[in-house]
Design a protein around this ligand. Structure first.
Ligand SMILES: [Zn+2]
Ligand SMILES: [Zn+2]
Length: 362
C-alpha cells in the first residue's frame, strides 16, 4: 500500500512525496486521514513569513479513521476503547510532562517539547495531515471523536478550538465580562462560542462579510465592520460605545497582525487583559511604547499551543453544542490533496474562512 504526503520546502511551493506505508510498530496507530484543515500558521509559512528556509510538513488540524492498530493499542488517551474504523483526532505535538511548565499545568510552554519529523523522507513518513495517512506515536495524545461530531468539525477542535479554550481558561474570562475578539476566523469563531457558553458579552471585529455573518451566528452580541470604521481610533470609540466608557475587560487578538495587538492594548480597559495568540510571524514587527501597558496596568498573556488534554475538552464541547452553532459551515472550501496549493492560495487571499484538505477526494 502506497501513500502520498505534501511537503512545503519554501514559500508558495508544495511538493508531493509518495512512499510505501510502513508496518505499524507496537504502540503506534495508523490513521487514514479524513480531513486536514488549513490553519493560519500554515498560511504564514506559505506566505514566507514564518519558518522560512527550513520547510514544513503542513497539516496539524486533522481527523482520521483508524486503519491499523499497533500491538498493545486498545484505548484512546481518555481510556475509551477503540477499534479499526473509529474516528480519531490526535494532538499534533508532544510535551515532556516533567519540566517546570508541564508540572504546573502550562504544557503549552513545555521546555522540552519532543521533536517532530522535519521531512517526510524520514520513516514512518506520514506524520502530518496533508497526507493520505497519519501515524500516531506511542506517547502522542489522541481521542475518539464523539459520534455526533463530523470529521470537518473534529479537525478544527485541534489547534484552533483547543487553543482558544485554553486562552479563555488561562485568562479567567467569564460571566459578565465583555470580550472583544479581533478576527472572526477559525480561532475567533470558536472563542466566541465558548465565551458565550460562559456568559461573556462578545464584540467581534472583522472586515469580511462572511466572517462578520459567522461571528453573529457563533454568538457575537455585536460586530464591528473594519470597512465602516477604518481608523483604529474610530474602532476604539465604537468598542467603548458598546462596552461602556471604561472599555472591554478583555481583548483576544487572533487577527495575526502587529497592529491588532497595539489596538488591543489601546482599547482594553485599564487593568484589563489582552490575550495574544495571533501574531506568530517574527518578520511582522511594529514600533511599540511599553508605557501603553504600564500606564494602564494592562495584563498581557501571550501563548501558543495548549495542554494536550484540552483537545478532549474541545471535542466534548463540540458534542454538546453541535446543533447550537453552524460548525459545519466553518470549513467553507474543500480540496483534494492534489489541490492543496490552491487551498493555501485561497486562504492567503482570504477568499475562504477555513479551507480543508480531504485526501479521500484524490
Ligand atoms: Zn494550527
Ligand atoms: Zn514539559
Amino acid at each position: 500500500m502506497k501513500g502520498k504526503i505534501a511537503f512545503m520546502p519554501a514559500a508558495h511551493t508544495l511538493e508531493f512525496h509518495e512512499y510505501e506505508v510502513p508496518e505499524v510498530a507496537p504502540g503506534w496507530t495508523l490513521l487514514e486521514v479524513m480531513q486536514s484543515n488549513v490553519c493560519g500558521s500554515e498560511v504564514h509559512v506559505w506566505k514566507g513569513e514564518f519558518m522560512a528556509g527550513r520547510g514544513m510538513m503542513p497539516g496539524h488540524e486533522l481527523a482520521g479513521r483508524i486503519a491499523r492498530l499497533g500491538q498493545g493499542v486498545s484505548k484512546d488517551s481518555a481510556g475509551t476503547p477503540i477499534k479499526v474504523g473509529d474516528r480519531i483526532a490526535p494532538v499534533y505535538f508532544r510535551v515532556c510532562y516533567r519540566c517546570k511548565n508541564c508540572v504546573t499545568g502550562n504544557h503549552a510552554a513545555c521546555l522540552n517539547p519532543l521533536p517532530g519529523n522535519p521531512h517526510p523522507d524520514n520513516p514512518p513518513h506520514f506524520t502530518a495531515g496533508f497526507s493520505t495517512h497519519y501515524f500516531i506515536r506511542p506517547e502522542q495524545i489522541f481521542y475518539r471523536v464523539p459520534d455526533n461530531v463530523p470529521d470537518g468539525v473534529a479537525a478544527s477542535a485541534n489547534c484552533a478550538m483547543s487553543q482558544v479554550f485554553w486562552a479563555l481558561d488561562r485568562g479567567g474570562v467569564g460571566y459578565d465580562d465583555v470580550l472583544v475578539v479581533q478576527g472572526a476566523g477559525g480561532l475567533g469563531l470558536h472563542a466566541m462560542a465558548i465565551a458565550k457558553a460562559r456568559g461573556v458579552r462578545v464584540i467581534a471585529i472583522d472586515g469580511v462579510d462572511v466572517r462578520l455573518a459567522h461571528a453573529r451566528q457563533f454568538g457575537a452580541d455585536e460586530t464591528i465592520d473594519i470597512r465602516q470604521y477604518p481608523e483604529a481610533r474610530d474602532r476604539q470609540r465604537r468598542v467603548r460605545e458598546l462596552s461602556g466608557p471604561a472599555g472591554p475587560d478583555a481583548v483576544l487578538e487572533v487577527a495575526g497582525i502587529p497592529q491588532a495587538f497595539m489596538e488591543a492594548l489601546g482599547m482594553v480597559r485599564a487593568g484589563g487583559l489582552v490575550l495574544e495568540l495571533g501574531n506568530i510571524a517574527r518578520s511582522l514587527t511594529i514600533e511599540f511604547a511599553p508605557s501603553t501597558m504600564t500606564m494602564k496596568s494592562v495584563q498581557v498573556i501571550a501563548m501558543t499551543g495548549y495542554p494536550p488534554h484540552y483537545l478532549k475538552k474541545a471535542l466534548d464541547f463540540l458534542s454538546r453544542h453541535i446543533d447550537r452553532y453552524p460548525y459545519h459551515e466553518l470549513c467553507d472550501a474543500k480540496f483534494p490533496l492534489s489541490r492543496a496549493a490552491e487551498a493555501l492560495d485561497k486562504s492567503e487571499r482570504r477568499e475562504v474562512t477555513r479551507a480543508a484538505i480531504l485526501p479521500q477526494l484524490g
